[in-house]
Design a protein around this ligand. Structure first.
Ligand code: INS
Length: 542
């Protein structure tokens, strides 16, 4: 494999040399045992699926808005929704998700990962019922904002929860399960939207149904454990050991002990690195974590890469299709735009399954390298098709904007051309490439950070995701108006290409390898690398 293992072992920082001659320690024992585990057990699978319900809600609540908007009619405030209403209803969710992520990042450290999932469930239920029962536009905006708080918390804490519980050889795959739930939730949202779109007040069902999975997860949470890493930090070693035993199996005592010792060592090293805490208060812990994240160069680098990946995941414009594909397909003349846009959600879901099978075999780094050119090709084709596709009126941009907000039926013109099909094909190609790589690799973000700054680093990267998501949601229609579809999709294409620049190269691979097996060594112990490699690292690990 070109550059494979060599690239994976390239030093993070000059002077950080790989030395195969060092004696075996706990990390090596752990890697040796872990590499022998052939499958993730039913316990970790059960927890991943239970935690994944939050991903389903994330996907459902972000996907359902497109059909909700077109079926509200004059039900809210006794008037049709204005353009401003629609923009606010759509973007308040991502805006509040952006606000929630850093706050819940701190809560996840103070209260535990599981409690944040619990809080998110309560918010999901309140938000869903609030939306279903509201009679005004501002009520709807309020309900969507509460859902935003829930989505913002869940979107960062679930991958974190799974990755802290998963044995490292299956971590990529198990974290991808949460992406599968997100994209699956979007498919369900499109289907529910399609089913209820013809019912009177059907939108109330669309938004209200989101309370159901949240209520189910709320009940299951009582049986879900906290992550061993958080428990060790909270001084509950015995509980952490019991959970690790359930994850690895009762016959893996040596492995469990070495994992536990490593976590304890990490916690101790972090506490030493953070220095003496004068009052030990929550505030001093928060400031110590923030300082460690921003002032230790390796942590800062991990943060900037995580943020860039999350930013590119959104700025490549994928969610403009999620939110407005029905609008686009209506514009280019498809008879059933809602049904056609279901193909986008289905493609996203289907290719996330491909990622699920490929990620631990191919590696995070190479999956991005392979998939970004596919996205770029789809977007180039899309721009070309829009270039040749004649819009029907004298003022195409105005028509586009109008149609965007009022979703007219079929349009005239271009009947005999194949360009609408080319546009559909191009978008499907783009979405397939996105789902394989950029759609889910950034969610592996927690691997990049050592334990002490993991929650905060992941939360800030998640905020970048939601900030960029809000930006795309707000700018897509104006860009289509002022830059034309050709210009808009060309910009998304350039952004996708630029994301190749931050593909997590060998250096990031190095960071992740260290975090997978000896997290706190980043920035603290840069002089040594592991001497053995579990099989997944042969595929370049990241
Ligand atoms: O990973 C997810 C997934 O790709 C979704 O389909 C998308 O809507 C989200 O914004 C993204 O974070």
């Amino acid at each position: 494999m070109p550059g494979g293992v060599a690239a994976a072992l390239e030093p993070l920082i000059p002077g950080d040399q790989y030395s195969p001659d060092l004696p075996e320690d706990d990390d090596d024992v752990e890697e040796r045992y872990e590499s022998k585990i052939k499958a993730a057990g039913s316990f970790i699978w059960g927890l991943t699926l239970a935690a994944g319900v939050s991903g389903l809600l994330f996907g459902y609540d972000t996907g359902v808005i497109s059909s909700t908007l077109v079926s509200i009619g004059s039900d809210l405030s006794n008037r049709p929704l204005t353009t401003l209403d629609k923009s606010l209803i759509t973007s308040c969710t991502s805006l509040f998700a952006l606000l929630a992520s850093p706050i819940t990042g701190l809560l996840a450290d103070a209260l535990g990962r599981k409690r944040v999932i619990l809080v998110a469930d309560i918010l999901f239920i309140i938000g869903a019922l609030w939306q279903a029962l509201t009679t005004s536009v501002w009520g709807m905006i309020g309900g969507r904002s509460v859902v935003g708080l829930a989505v913002g918390s869940a979107s960062f804490v679930v991958p974190l929860y799974i990755s802290e519980l998963a044995p490292s050889p299956f971590r990529g795959r198990l974290v991808t399960i949460s992406s599968l739930f997100i994209t699956g939730g979007q498919v369900v949202a499109y289907l529910i939207g399609w089913l209820f779109s013809t019912q009177t007040h059907g939108w109330k069902w669309m938004v209200g149904l989101g309370a159901l999975p949240a209520a189910v997860q709320f009940c299951i949470l009582g049986f879900m454990p906290e992550t061993p890493r958080w428990l060790v930090k909270a001084g509950r070693r015995e509980r952490a050991k019991r959970i690790l035993t359930s994850v690895y199996g009762i016959d893996q005592d040596a492995l469990v002990e070495s994992v536990l010792r490593r976590i304890e060592k990490e916690v101790m090293e972090e506490e030493t690195a953070a220095g003496p805490k004068e009052d030990g208060s929550a505030w001093s812990r928060i400031t110590a974590n923030a300082c460690e994240l921003f002032f230790i160069p390796a942590n800062r680098r991990a943060l900037s890469i995580a943020c860039m990946l999350q930013g590119f995941q959104q700025l490549c414009g994928f969610n403009s299709l999620m939110y407005f594909s029905a609008t686009i397909f209506s514009l280019v003349g498809f008879r059933s735009p809602t049904l056609t846009s279901l193909s986008i959600a289905l493609t996203n879901f289907a290719f996330t399954i491909v990622a699920f099978y490929a990620i631990d075999r191919i590696g995070r780094r190479r999956i991005l390298l392979y998939s970004i050119p596919i996205m770029t090709f789809g977007l180039v084709l899309c721009s070309i098709a829009f270039n040749f596709f004649q819009l029907p009126t004298a003022s195409p941009q105005d028509a586009l904007l109008l149609r965007a907000f009022h979703l007219p039926g079929r349009r005239e013109g271009n009947k005999a051309t194949a360009w609408p099909l080319v546009i559909l094909f191009a978008m499907i190609t783009y979405v397939a490439g996105y789902a394989i790589g950029l759609g889910n690799v950034p969610w592996q973000q927690s691997e990049l950070f050592p334990l002490s700054v993991r929650a905060l680093g992941s939360a800030l990267a998640t905020s970048t995701n939601w900030g960029s998501n809000t930006l795309v949601g707000l700018t897509f229609l104006p860009m289509m108006t002022w830059l034309t579809p050709v210009g808009t999709f060309t910009i998304y294409m350039l952004v996708s290409l630029a994301s190749l620049k931050v593909e997590p190269g060998p250096k990031l691979t190095r960071i992740a390898i260290r975090n997978q097996h000896s997290a706190s060594r980043i920035g603290l112990h840069l002089g040594r690398a592991s001497t053995t490699r579990p099989s997944y690292l042969n595929d370049e690990g990241l």
